[in-house]
Design a protein around this ligand. Sequence first.
Ligand code: F6R
Length: 242
Amino acid sequence: MTEVVIQSDADAAATAATLLADRITRDPELVLGLATGSSPLHLYRALAERVTRDGIPMDRLRAFALDEYAGLDPEHPQSYLSTIRREAVEPLGLDPERVHVPDGSLERLPTAGERYEEAIALAGGVDVQILGIGTDGHIGFNEPGSSLASRTRIKTLTAQTRRDNARFFDSPEQVPTHCVTQGIGTILAAGHLLLFASGAHKADAVARAVEGPVSAGCPASAIQLHPRVTVFVDEAAASRLE
Ligand code: F6R
C-alpha cells in the first residue's frame, strides 16, 4: 500500500526521522538503504539531530547505498562513496565498515552487481529504503525502460539524468556516463520504502509513480507493487496528484 504524506521538506524530514529513530531504537542492527542526491538531505540532518539529542544507537546499523557512478575515482568529492560518507556516515555516526556502496571501479565492474546483491543478502536484506525520484521517473539509477525485476547491475545514464546531475560537477561533460545501481527488483525487496520528492519539477514523476500505470516507462511506478511505501511530498511535488 502506498501512503502519501503531503508536508514541507522540514516537516517530512521530522516525521521520517521519528519513524527511523523508533525503528533503530527497537532494532539497532537495522539495515538501512541510503540514497544520495538532494531529496534525503533534510532527513539525514533531522535524524542526526535526533541521534545527538536522544542518544540513538547508530554504531551497529548497517547501510547500503543505492548506486555509484562507474569509473569515477571513489575519492572524488562527487562519487557516491564520498557523498554518503559526508552526508550520512559522518553526521549520523555510522560505522564506515558497515556502510556499503556499489563498487564503480572499472576493473571490477563486471562482478560489481553480483557482489553487491550477495552483500545485501548476507545482511539479511534492507529493512527501510530511502528513495528520491528522478524527473524522468527513475529510482536508483533505473532509467525508463529498466526491467521491473532487475537486480544490481551496470546501467547507462540518460542525457536527462546527466543534465540533472551536472550541477554537482564543474562541467556537464564531467558527469559519468555509466553507473552501478540496485535494480528495481532489489529495491522492491526492502521492507519499507520511504520516497522523498519536493518541487514542481518532480510533480509529473510523482503523479506517474503513485497513480500512473505500473510500467517500465516510469520505473518509480513499481512502488505500487510494494506492500509498504510512504511517499513524502511537498505541495508543489503533489500538485499533479488526483
Ligand atoms: C540517488 C538516486 C537517484 C536520486 C534522484 C533524485 O542515490 O539513486 O535516484 O534519488 O535522481 O535526485 P535529487 O534528490 O537530487 O533530486
